[in-house]
Design a protein around this ligand. Structure first.
Ligand code: HEM
Ligand SMILES: CC(C)=CCC/C(C)=C/CC/C(C)=C/COP(=O)(O)OP(=O)(O)O
Length: 301
């Protein structure tokens, strides 16, 4: 019997994949983990189910909408850069109007879920984060200053606080402290990649730090922000939010990150910046899992 062959195009051109790609699903997934940790640390009991379900769905949908707007506004520069030229908009698989409609739909749905299912504070704060990333960072800062990701990084760092307020309906310094950790993490995370992609950013005229100030200066900044990051990682212990398990685990993680950041500065032939970019993602993930483990470990003792 003849084999029935499935044409590869039939698989690769499924439109939902393009829409999913525009939401930057892996980035949003890590953000949702940090939001979940914010929720868990906000309470000693169970997270109320509506806050958990509507909170995570709403934050995820609005972050996905912000990412889709980023794809829309960046479609022309994305077309030129090798890393991004295959994206749905530059390739014409999704039209600009479709992307806008998609972002508006999921963004509105996310806002409604947060407003009605959690509380107005969380809905407005998440909207502010969406505007911070999609409009202020993408539309303005990214093209204006090499400090773009330091300032714009605040929007991406917000999810733990959003998770916190989804549960409590109120600000708390401890939630803000988790934001500070991600805020300090963002420059080593992004500049490590920016060094590796320096030529591409220069080609499209984006003023990323390695383009405007050179690789050596960026490596120094990565090392300095890595010190800030490990200091920020100690804050949960300093304020008594986390205990011995977190202290032990995060100290090991911090030492490891500092050694790698030091190597990026002084031995980059042995440890290239792109490796630090990948490490940064696993590092933040491990750190937030530790915060969670420490929280429940202490409660169950
Ligand atoms: C302004 C702040 C940020 C900037 C400029 C930035 C930049 C980037 C860039 C350019 C990539 C793409 C790498 C590629 O396509 O190969 C990336 C990947 C990634 N980022 Fe960030 N990032 C930021 C904040 C965050 C935050 C807050 C998180 C999560 C808490 C995060 C998690 C990730 C993850 C998980 C990936 C890997 C995605 C994948 O492999 O598809 N980033 N980041
Ligand atoms: C509501 C809320 C929590 C909003 C946060 C939204 C969000 C998805 C932030 C992502 C941060 C990020 C990946 C920035 C890279 O953008 P880039 O344009 O520099 O990178 P690119 O060239 O890969 O697109």
């Amino acid at each position: 019997m003849d084999k029935v062959e499935i044409a590869p195009m039939a698989v690769t051109s499924l439109p939902w994949r393009d829409y999913l790609e525009m939401t930057k699903p892996k980035v949003v997934a890590l953000m949702l983990l940090t939001a979940l940790v914010g929720m868990c640390l906000a309470t000693d009991g169970w997270i109320p189910l509506p806050a958990l379900l509507f909170g995570l769905s709403g934050i995820g949908l609005m972050a996905g909408a912000a990412a889709a707007i980023n794809h829309l506004l960046d479609r022309r520069i994305d077309q030129i850069m090798a890393r991004t030229h295959n994206r749905p908009l530059p390739k014409g698989r999704v039209k600009a109007a479709q992307a806008l409609l998609f972002a508006a739909l999921i963004g509105t749905l996310g806002f409604a879920m947060l407003y009605l299912g959690t509380n107005p504070l969380t809905a407005w704060l998440t909207l502010a984060s969406l505007i911070g990333y999609a409009v202020i960072y993408t539309g303005f800062l990214k093209r204006a200053t090499p400090q773009n990701i330091v300032i714009g990084g605040l929007a991406g760092a917000m999810p733990p606080l959003l998770g916190w307020t989804a549960v409590t309906g109120d600000f708390h310094g401890h939630g803000l402290l988790l934001v500070i950790i991600i805020f300090a993490w963002t420059p080593p995370h992004f500049w490590a990649l920016a060094i590796a992609r320096k030529e591409e950013y220069a080609k499209v005229g984006l003023p990323m730090l390695p383009v405007t100030h050179g690789v050596a200066y960026t490596q120094t900044q990565i090392l300095l922000y890595s010190f800030l990051y490990v200091l920020a990682c100690m804050l949960p212990v300093v304020v008594g939010m986390s205990g011995a398990l977190y202290l032990t685990g995060s100290s090991i993680l911090s030492g490891w990150f500092l050694v790698r950041a030091w190597q990026v500065k002084y031995q980059s032939e042995r440890y290239p910046p792109m490796k630090l970019f990948l490490l940064s993602i696993w590092h933040l993930l491990a750190l937030f899992v530790l915060l969670l483990a420490d929280h429940y470990w202490v409660l169950w003792l």
